[in-house]
Design a protein around this ligand. Structure first.
Ligand code: SF4
Length: 190
């Protein structure tokens, strides 16, 4: 199995799909490499592409603020990345072909990290990592446990929370459920 540095090196040099033509930076992921909790979005946006870091724009700042309320901090106790590591032009959804080309890197990250909990940020990540017909408005905040034993939940994407602040109370409730699950199944996060 790869180690983190080898995997990161391969990913940073990747040109397996057309997103390599338009990206500024590959956005590999951020956070401690022994975190028990992993957040996964769909792909980098403009700020992320420019800085090479995941979730650093306005949406990312909102996410960090909300997560700090349940004592989660990306420098300390969670890892964050995306399904595709390069920005889709104009922030469109990543195509299935792009997701298929890139998903192997995420699978290797999951193998290395061995998270106890995966939180999908938005419908596209949930459709890929929980079930294809995932309905974010109905199924956010619900727990799913697939055959690998990892607990999985989806919350609204931070960009959706910026567009529609009425969704925020639901997300606070989901985060309280996440905090309870962390206390139940994680040993080092808090
Ligand atoms: S999105 Fe993924 S598969 Fe496509 S070029 Fe970037 S790293 Fe490679």
């Amino acid at each position: 199995m790869a180690n983190w540095e080898e995997l990161r090196g391969r990913c940073m040099a990747c040109r397996k799909c057309a997103l390599a033509e338009t990206r500024t930076n590959v956005v590999f992921g951020a956070g401690p490499r022994d975190a028990e909790v992993m957040f996964i979005g769909e792909g980098p946006g403009e700020n992320e592409d420019l800085q090479g870091e995941p979730f650093v724009g306005k949406g990312g700042q909102l996410l960090d603020e909300m997560l700090s309320l349940i004592d989660l901090d990306r420098t300390r106790n969670f890892y964050i990345t995306n399904i595709v590591k390069c920005r889709p032009p104009h922030n469109r959804d990543p195509l299935n072909t792009e997701q298929d080309a890139c998903i192997g890197y995420l699978e290797e990250q999951i193998d290395l990290l061995k998270p106890k909990i995966i939180v999908c940020l938005g419908r596209i990540a949930a459709a890929r990592l929980i079930k294809p017909d995932f309905k974010i408005t109905r199924e956010h905040g619900q727990w799913f446990r697939l055959e690998d034993g990892v607990w999985r939940m989806a919350i609204y994407h931070p960009a959706a929370l910026l567009r529609d602040p009425d969704k925020r109370p639901d997300t606070f409730a989901d985060l309280r459920a996440l905090r309870a699950k962390i206390r139940e199944v994680c040993t080092r996060t808090y």
